[in-house]
Design a binder for this molecule. Structure first.
Ligand code: CIR
Length: 262
């Protein structure tokens, strides 16, 4: 049997950014966020997904939850299961209930019941039969262990690694898998311990913000000006798809956070 291509998807969940987007959480210098431009960039992102043969289920904007278009943090999809998270930022917790109202019928719903757990989907990185769970300002050990137990039930062959780091909001803000053994890393991500498996290609300092590429169906979304990142993607047999996301970057977002792929 032919091995399934890495990161092959047919469907995506996304949410239109609200006009209140600038009220979301950010560590960036207060720059004016243009909500209309954000919607244009979001539309281009969705079109790029559709061009890869991915059917997008687009949810309504929610003005009262200014980070709710960063759908990646509210759930983790693994095989045909959708595990709802418990976001580390209390002001983002209602995003989970909101997402729950519109879940695709073909996904089996799993909920976290541990109220000590905090978990953001942006900290969960799958690579082959390994899952790396970032211990971050948003995801605590309790959240990571709760997810690991759920995943182990779904696939006893999956190995969990807890990754302690600093320097970035989420693990995937600075580290993304390009295939079953290669990762793209940002030098801004400071790992507490050596990474347990695979090989990390580190971006040069000036392109560190480009590590969060979105790998799907043999392509990868990447910032247009990040030529080194594009070269690395090509060497990894991925077709770079340049896309602008300036308004989301102002809110600490990047490519993977804007969709839940399955
Ligand atoms: C936040 O701080 O939670 C949002 N403004 C950005 C979340 C980005 N999500 C991600 O990297 N997975």
């Amino acid at each position: 049997m032919q091995k399934k291509q890495f990161c092959t998807f047919t469907s995506a969940i996304a949410r239109t950014p609200p006009l209140s987007i600038a009220n979301g959480i950010t560590t960036q210098k207060k720059e004016t966020v243009d909500a209309q431009l954000a919607r244009v960039q979001h539309h281009q992102y969705l079109n790029a997904l559709k061009n890869l043969g991915i059917t997008v289920s687009l949810l309504e904007p929610e003005e009262s939850l200014p980070d709710s278009h960063f759908v990646e943090d509210a759930a983790v999809i693994y095989k045909n299961n959708i595990i709802l998270t418990r976001p580390g930022a209390p002001e983002r917790r209602n995003e989970v209930e909101l997402l729950k109202k519109n879940l695709p019928k073909n996904l089996n719903l799993i909920e976290l019941t541990n109220t000590h757990a905090t978990l953001d989907g942006g900290d969960v990185l799958f690579m082959g039969d390994h899952v790396f769970i970032g211990i971050s300002l948003r995801t605590n050990f309790s959240g990571a262990e709760t997810l690991a137990t759920i995943l182990k039930d779904l696939n006893p062959n999956l190995t969990t690694h807890y990754i302690e780091f600093s320097g970035m909001l989420h693990l995937k803000s600075g580290l993304v898998a390009l295939n079953d053994e290669l990762l793209l890393g940002s030098p801004q991500l400071k790992l507490k311990n050596p990474f347990p498996i695979g090989k990390i290609i580190w971006l040069p300092e000036e392109e560190g913000y480009a590590a969060n590429v979105l790998v799907a169906n043999g392509s990868a979304f990447v910032f247009p000006e990040c030529k080194k990142a594009q070269e690395i993607l090509q060497q990894a047999n991925l077709k770079p798809i340049p896309l602008e996301l300036s308004e989301f970057r102002k809110m600490d977002g990047s490519f993977t956070c804007l969709s839940l792929l399955h």
